[in-house]
Design a protein around this ligand. Sequence first.
Ligand code: HEC
Ligand code: HEC
Length: 352
Amino acid sequence: MFDTMTLTKIVGSLCGALLIFLMGKWAGELLYDTSPGHGGDHAAGYVIETGGEEDAGAADQDGPSLAELWAAADVEKGAKVFGKCKACHKLEDGANATGPYLYGVVGRDVSSAAGFGYSGSLKPVADVWTPETLDAFLENPKGYAPGTSMGFAGLKKATDRINVIAYLDQLDGDTYEMAAPEAMEEEAAAEPAEAETEMAAAEENVAEEVTAEEPAVAEVDPAPEAEAAAEEPAAEEAAAEASGFVAMVASADVANGEKVYKKCKACHALEDGQNRVGPHLFNVVDRDIASVDGFKYSDGLAAIDGNWTADQLSAFLTKPKDFAPGTKMSFAGLRKEEDRAAVIAYIQSAAQ
Ligand code: HEC
Ligand code: HEC
C-alpha cells in the first residue's frame, strides 16, 4: 500500500522528468517566438486592470498590462502554448489525467474537478480561476501555490500565459466575464495622510527592534505604541488578541511578507495614489477603512466603520468575504496567521 509520501515521491519524479522535457521544449520555442498576438476582440466582456510595475524579478515585464495583453490575446498561439500542458491535462469535460481536466477552467472554482485528487495547496490561494489568478499561477505555480502538485516550471512570458488562458477560455464557448470592476478610473487623487505616517513609523521601529530576536510570539512584549494602534472599540479580549497579533506583526519576517504580497500585486500598488483593481495600500495600516479618494468601494466595505488596525486587517485578510460581505475584493484569503502578519509587516515597511 502506498502512503502519501511514496505517492508524492513517485509523482514528483515523474513530474521532474516531464519538466526537463518541457523546459527543453520551451527553450526551443523561445527562439522563434514573436510579438504579442493580434487576435483582436477576443476579450469581449472581461476587463482586467493590473499594475504597470510587475514583479521586478520577471524578465518580460516592461511590456503591456494584463488588460492590454488580454485584449490582444491570440487563441491560436494559445493552442500552441497548450502543447506544454498536454502531457498532464486533457480538455474534455471530466477527463482527469495527471492534472485535472481543463474544460471550462476559466471561471471555474479552484480545485473543483470532480474525482481529481488535488494537493490541497491551491484552495488557500484562490477561489476561482480568473484570468488574473491563472496568470499568477501559471507564471510560477510553486511560487503562487507552494506545495502544489503541478510539476510545471511556469510560463515566463506574459503573452504565452494570456494566450493559453484565452485558448482555454473559449473552449466551452462561454467567455468569462468578471463583475465589472468599475473602480478603474485613473483619477486617483488620494492625498498622503501625514498623521498615519507617524503611526506606521512607530510600529516599524517596534518591528526593527523585535525582528532581531526569535520570532516567538510569547516572548514579545507588545510595545506601548503597538497597543495604542489597536483602537478597536471592542471588548478586552479582542484587545488582548489584537496586541498579540500586533506583536506578531512586529516580529514578522518582512522578506516572507514580500513573497506573500505577490498574491496582492495583481490588484494593489503600494505607491500612494496608485489605484488599480484595488485601492493603493500605501500606509494602509491604521488608515480609515474604505477611505482612498477616487477609489470606488463596494457598499460592503464602505459600510464598515473604523480604521485598519493590524487586527482588523488580519480579520479581513483571513476571509475578505466574511469580514466584509459584498466586498469586491476577489481574494480567497490568507489562512495562515503568520502570512497575514508578514504581509502586513511588509506593507508597513514599504511605506517607509
Ligand atoms: C507535469 C504535469 C503538469 C503540467 C505540464 C501542467 N500541469 Fe497543470 N496541473 C497539474 C497537476 C498535478 C495539477 C493539480 C495541482 C494541485 O492539486 O496542486 C494541476 C493543476 C492545474 C490547474 C488548476 C485546475 C483546478 O482544477 O484547480 C490549472 C488551471 C492548470 N493546472 C493549468 C495548466 C496549464 C495551462 C499548463 C500548461 C501551461 C499546465 N497546467 C501544465 C499538472 C501539470
Ligand atoms: C483580485 C484582486 C485583488 C487581490 C488579489 C487582492 N485585493 Fe485587496 N482589494 C481589492 C479590491 C477590488 C478592493 C476594494 C474592496 C471593496 O471595495 O469591497 C480591495 C481592498 C483591500 C483593502 C482595503 C483597503 C481600503 O482602502 O480600505 C486592503 C487592506 C486590501 N485589499 C489588502 C489586500 C492584500 C494585503 C492582498 C494580498 C494578500 C489583497 N488585498 C489582494 C482587490 C484585490
